[in-house]
Write a protein that binds this ligand. Structure first.
Ligand code: NAD
Length: 326
């Protein structure tokens, strides 16, 4: 006889994991692709105002079925979100060359006012993961429009910027980026803040690591990397028109942390309630992510310059939300 909960036990049905992706342009389709490869989902539902596009993406992905773990990828309508554990929102107008993320705000808030009520009516228990830009403002808009508890609504925030930072530090210091602990906080955009004062390699300050390893820590390398991180989206958009692979991989990690109740720390965007003196703004701080979304917002020790920059970032986002009528 099988032991309850172990292999061979058929008394507990396997969990049916359904994830909806709204907006299947470059970003949404790449997220769906990354989720399909991950094997995390039983069903991936694709929704787009351009129904033919959603159908086409679903067909293309489904033809790869023999190469992955069983999953159904299909296109549908908002009511089909019923039963989804997570709804990823990547719909909207993409950033144009030279355009700041905040300039996109009004166009995309209007789309969210029409879209979010349809999602919440169908899937009142789902965690909503916002990816569309400007992601902090749209995470705030989703909070307000949905009326969901704040923990249930999060944005990808500076997860991508933090990944870029760890990649560049790792390349510069010749160390696996997974061994780099460093965060970008604040807005996912021009006012973001790199927390250099706490950057470490496995707990060692960068200067100590460089001394021991003989790695290059020349003056100015931090400013150079900060510049590359904040310019990354513009540089990629100038060359290929959009960014989608790295964010696709980042969203897959966040989704996994939610589905598996992992308590993983990500710099996701979340509604702050007084943390570090910031209130009623969505922005990124390190957050513990579990099955309900954001379980806790961590308050890292920042130096005076970083804290002042974070507060400027928060003030900018607060004002922008007001300008957008939120
Ligand atoms: P895209 O133009 O390729 O795709 C957007 C899709 O949204 C299109 O398929 C469009 O038909 C759909 N759409 C528009 N209005 C809709 C509506 N009302 N309902 C449903 N679908 C709708 O753009 P993209 O390159 O895929 O980028 C999507 C979003 O992701 C943009 O806002 C972009 O700035 C953002 N983005 C965020 C990050 C991040 O780190 N958070 C990274 C890259 C891109």
């Amino acid at each position: 006889m099988a032991i309850p909960g172990e292999a061979g036990d058929v008394s507990v049905p396997p969990a049916y994991v359904k994830i909806a992706v709204i907006g299947v342009g470059a970003v949404g389709a790449t997220i769906a692709y990354a989720l399909m490869i991950s094997g995390l989902a039983s069903e991936i539902l694709l929704i787009d105002v351009n129904e033919a596009r959603a159908e086409g993406e679903a067909m293309d992905l489904m033809h790869g079925l023999p190469f992955v773990r069983p999953v159904t990828v299909r296109s549908g309508k908002y009511e089909d979100c019923a039963g989804a554990q997570i709804v990823v929102i990547a719909a909207g107008v993409a950033q144009k060359p030279g355009e700041t993320r905040l300039e996109l705000v009004k166009k995309n808030v209007a789309i969210f006012r029409q879209m979010v009520p349809q999602i919440t009516a169908a899937a009142p228990g789902a965690v909503l993961l916002v990816v569309s830009n400007p992601v902090d403002i749209l995470t705030y808009a989703t909070n307000k429009i949905s009326g969901f508890p704040a923990r249930q609504v999060l944005g990808s925030g500076t997860v991508l910027d933090t990944a870029r930072l760890r990649t560049l530090i790792g390349q510069h210091l010749r160390i696996d980026s997974r061994s780099v602990h460093a965060n970008v906080v604040g807005e996912h955009g021009d006012s973001e803040v790199v927390v250099w004062s706490r950057a470490s390699i496995a707990g060692m300050p960068l200067a100590d690591f460089c001394r021991q390893r003989g790695s290059p820590c020349e003056p100015g390398f931090q400013a150079e990397i900060t510049q590359q991180v904040s310019r990354a989206a513009y540089e990629i958009i100038n060359r290929k028109g959009a960014t989608y692979y790295a964010i696709g991989l980042g969203v897959r990690q966040i989704v996994e942390a939610i589905l598996r109740d992992q308590d993983t720390v990500f710099t996701v965007s979340t509604l702050l309630h007084g943390q570090l003196g910031i209130d009623d703004v969505c922005l990124s701080l390190p957050c513990v992510v579990d099955r309900g979304g954001v379980d806790a917002v961590l308050e890292p020790s920042l130096d005076d310059g970083e804290l002042a920059a974070l507060k400027r970032s928060a003030a900018l986002l607060y004002d922008t939300a007001r300008e957008a009528g939120l």
